[in-house]
Design a protein around this ligand. Structure first.
Ligand SMILES: Nc1nc2c(c(=O)[nH]1)N[C@H]1C(S)=C(S)[C@@H](COP(=O)(O)OP(=O)(O)OC[C@H]3O[C@@H](n4cnc5c(=O)[nH]c(N)nc54)[C@H](O)[C@@H]3O)O[C@H]1N2
Ligand SMILES: Nc1nc2c(c(=O)[nH]1)N[C@H]1C(S)=C(S)[C@@H](COP(=O)(O)OP(=O)(O)OC[C@H]3O[C@@H](n4cnc5c(=O)[nH]c(N)nc54)[C@H](O)[C@@H]3O)O[C@H]1N2
Ligand code: SF4
Ligand SMILES: [Mo]
Length: 752
């Protein structure tokens, strides 16, 4: 009989706990893990296909080096590492560190390696860190910085307990993003005491379950949300007591909101005024209310302003820091940073300021193609496929051929890897110890360190080892840490003495450089005493987490205090199942805020100003339709599954269009059409769909990958939709793309 083993799904930020059976290198049975502290047995239809990730024709098995003729030849690991290190050092010496950039470092489920890649990045002083997060969430982070004092003061939604839930630009039925989405949504819909409101130009399954669906015109969220806020102050529905106790700046916000022409804004959004009023009334008068947003708000026109308005909704109604509201959560490992407003870094060519220590993929091609003397010349891409997922594929194609050095670390031969000088094959997420750092729960936060299910495939290595070797090769760390290693062995025998902690602190005092490479020091010393050395940094992470949130950790039932409590936490994590790491109280939310006086700064002058000059003119009158470039559907999962056979429907990745628009264009179900935007064109198959608002069309995210067919020829499956998106069609503050509102026109392709 085969045993069930524990792991987690790696396809979205929920990382549902799984029980799996394996045989002959395959995942043969997959089910939800009922004992997982967060997902409690829940999974969606995508998880069942995980063997397509583990086993597919594109899996990389050995390091590859690009030859002069463009082909790839295998190269020995150590030679590859030495050559890459030499070329990186050479670029740094010739052009300065500014010519180096790093992209990715962790996808939906593989963040353990980022502890090592980020340490390597710091050791080499790579200043630019580009991330997919900066094509969705940095506007949100920027607003958090202003409102709460730090860009990583991130809120979560207490959906299960909220009396009223407002979903804006998100479809959790398909995309998840909230705990156990489908049962949670059904329960919310069923309960007559509770209200569910959805703002989305499509009647999604989530919207169908809602009490109120505001099916707004694409890209008009700023009009609708500001009208809602203006109604709120007009009716006096704000929570005066909360505003007085916890905020500053309400007078300025109110003054601005009083100037909003409510009727005009509602008309521009194209929704029913009474419904808007009713939605606002229900939200404002509920005992508790929470707002959940995602890409429909963050990747649409006025993105950063939208993030501000959405937060004002829960702030003005007093729904921060209480059951059923929005609450700050802790990060086990703080992967969202804060960029100090005094000295933030800027990109050279486009002058974009970092947010949360991240740079946006929308500007990367321009930074490479620029003639600035310190243009980007050397790039490492890890766990990302920007050639498919970045805005403006053509720009990426052009730019990546102009790099002096491109290194790609991935498990698969991707569209991006095909531009690389060196391709370094990583062991898959089921072949190494792994973890996701999407620990965004409140009040109980959880973490799941996963054990490997298989041995690493062929000549692949985990990222922890790839970056260790690179760090040794650039001379940043020693091959071994003999002294610390010895103390680590004593520590294993007598953990209660705290010797290792003392030794590490002493070592860092004697050699301050060690602070910057401490992940490698832990790996090379304490790691030697553990089942797998890559997990050693979690010892340090546990120490820091306990230092900051000791009481909350102790409430999970772990013994001891200080170093011993941290030790107990670390030991519990090492067991390899999902586990609670902290149990907070709602009032803790205030101590998690950045401003020391714990008062929210409600007024953000530059956004209030933007609000007063809002315009809805379309600069592209020749492109009358608005394309949602990147809908989450049943069968897309970013670019993680490469084999198109995983899809049990929608193999084409159809363009959905409302029947009235289709009739005008003389398009019928199944017809091919040319979809043109100001930036590119794409041939698509259309499908009539009356759940869209007329004027809006929709294509799925994550299609357009090349995969070999039965004859070994590479075929592109489905629309490569970033051929249609433009790098500059993005937010002025965060440069997050307006993927949800891409102007397009459609032409039938002659069937003859
Ligand atoms: N099935 C599946 N699930 C996924 C993923 C996947 O690839 N496939 N990817 C994961 C990732 S990385 C992410 S970030 C999340 C994203 O999760 P979501 O953001 O929830 O998913 P989307 O479908 O991209 O967009 C959400 C909704 O925004 C709506 N929308 C479009 N334009 C507008 C607009 O102008 N205003 C408003 N208010 N709404 C608009 C769309 O109709 C859509 O229903 O999903 C995650 N989950
Ligand atoms: N037009 C449009 N574009 C979009 C979006 C949209 O809605 N519309 N959505 C955007 C969003 S929200 C996101 S998050 C991005 C996602 O796009 P990307 O940031 O490119 O991430 P993924 O598609 O998840 O690609 C993950 C990569 O990691 C590799 N990988 C998997 N496991 C491992 C591992 O263990 N180690 C290593 N080294 N690699 C591994 C996979 O093979 C794959 O190549 O796309 C963005 N692009
Ligand atoms: S795709 Fe997301 S919601 Fe579905 S099983 Fe995987 S982690 Fe859970
Ligand atoms: Mo995402």
């Amino acid at each position: 009989m085969t045993d069930w083993q524990l792991t987690a799904c790696i396809l979205c930020s929920r990382n549902c706990g799984l029980q799996v059976q394996v045989a002959d290198g395959h995942l043969t049975k997959i089910r939800g893990d009922k004992n997982h502290p967060v997902s409690a047995g829940y999974i969606c239809q995508k998880a069942a296909q995980l063997d397509h990730y583990q086993n597919n024709a594109d899996r990389l098995t050995q390091p590859l080096k690009r030859q002069e003729d463009g082909s790839y030849q295998p190269i020995d690991w150590q030679i590859a590492i030495t050559e890459i290190a030499d070329r990186l050092l050479d670029l740094k010496q010739t052009y300065g560190k500014e010519c180096l950039a790093f992209y990715g470092g962790g996808g939906q489920g593989n963040h353990l390696g980022s502890m090592y890649s980020s340490t390597f990045r710091d050791a080499l002083e790579i200043p630019y860190y580009y991330s997919a997060l900066a094509q969705e969430k940095t506007g949100d982070f920027w607003v958090n910085g202003k409102l709460f004092g730090r860009q990583n003061c991130h809120t979560t939604e207490d959906i299960e307990q909220a009396e009223c839930v407002l979903f804006i630009g998100t479809n959790p039925w398909q995309a998840h993003g909230i705990r156990n989405a489908r049962p949670t949504l059904k329960q919310l819909a069923k309960d007559e005491q509770r209200t569910m409101i959805v703002i989305d130009p499509r009647r999604t399954k989530t919207a169908e379950l809602a009490d109120i669906h505001l099916q707004l015109r694409s890209g008009t969220d700023a009009f609708l949300l500001s009208a809602m806020l203006a109604i709120l102050v007009q009716e006096g529905w704000e929570d005066q007591a909360f505003l007085k106790k916890h905020t500053a700046g309400f007078a300025e916000v109110r003054a601005c909101l009083q100037t909003i022409p409510i009727a005009d804004h509602i008309e521009r959004a194209g929704v029913d005024a009474e419904q808007v009023h009713e939605a606002m009334r229900r939200f404002a008068t509920a005992q508790s209310a929470t707002v959940r947003v995602d890409l429909g708000l963050q990747q649409s026109l006025n993105s950063t302003l939208n993030s501000y308005l959405e937060k004002l909704l829960f702030l003005l109604t007093g729904n921060l820091g209480k059951p059923g509201g929005n609450n700050f959560h802790t990060f086990f490992l703080p992967w969202v940073g804060h960029s100090d407003a005094q000295s933030p870094r800027k990109t050279k060519a486009t002058g974009i300021t970092e947010i949360a220590q991240l740079f946006p993929p929308n500007v990367l091609p321009a930074e490479i193609e620029s003639d600035h003397p310190q243009r980007i010349r050397g790039l490492i891409v890890d766990s990302a496929n920007p050639m498919v997922s970045g805005a403006d594929t053509q720009a990426y194609q052009r730019a990546f051929t102009q790099l002096d050095l491109l290194v790609v670390v991935d498990v698969a031969m991707t569209e991006t890897a095909r531009y690389a000088d060196y391709i370094l094959p990583a062991a898959s997420q089921f072949e190494k110890w792994e973890a996701a750092f999407f620990n965004l729960e409140f009040p109980t936060n959880a973490f799941h360190l996963r054990k490997p299910l298989f041995s690493p495939l062929a000549d692949t290595l985990p990222e922890s080892e790839i970056y260790r070797r690179l760090a040794v090769a650039i001379g940043a760390i020693p091959e071994r840490y003999p002294w610390l290693e010895r103390v680590a062995r004593w520590h294993r025998r007598w953990p209660q003495l705290g010797l290792y902690r003392l030794a590490l602190v002493t070592a860092m005092t004697v050699n301050p450089k060690l602070r910057h490479t401490v992940a490698f020091a832990l790996q090379g010393s304490l790691g030697k005493t553990l089942p797998d050395s890559s997990t050693a940094p979690f010892w340090g992470v546990s120490q820091l987490y306990v230092q900051q949130h000791g009481e909350a950790v102790a409430r999970t039932g772990l013994p001891g205090r200080g170093g011993r409590l941290a030790e107990a936490l670390f030991q519990r994590i090492l067991q390899g199942s999902g586990t609670a790491i902290s149990q907070h109280r709602y009032e803790d939310t205030w101590s998690l805020m950045g401003y020391k006086d714990q008062k929210v700064r409600l007024a953000i002058p530059e956004l209030l100003e933007e609000l007063q000059t809002l315009q809805s003119h379309n600069p592209w009158p020749d492109y009358p339709l608005m394309l949602i470039a990147g809908e989450r559907r049943m069968y897309n999962a970013n670019t993680i599954y490469r084999n198109p056979q995983w899809r049990q429907s929608d193999a084409e990745g159809v363009l959905k269009i409302h029947p009235t628009d289709a009739a005008t264009l003389e398009l019928a179900d199944g017809d091919q059409a040319l979809c043109e935007s100001p930036w590119g064109e794409l041939s698509v198959q259309v499908q009539l769909c009356d759940t869209l608002r007329p004027g809006v069309v929709s294509l799925p995210h994550g299609y357009g990958l090349d995969y070999p067919n039965a004859n070994g020829e590479r075929i592109r499956y489905g629309p490569l939709l970033n051929l249609l998106t433009g790098a500059q069609h993005c937010d002025r503050i965060s440069a997050t793309p307006f993927h949800k509102n891409v102007p397009v026109r459609l032409k039938p392709i002659d069937k003859t």
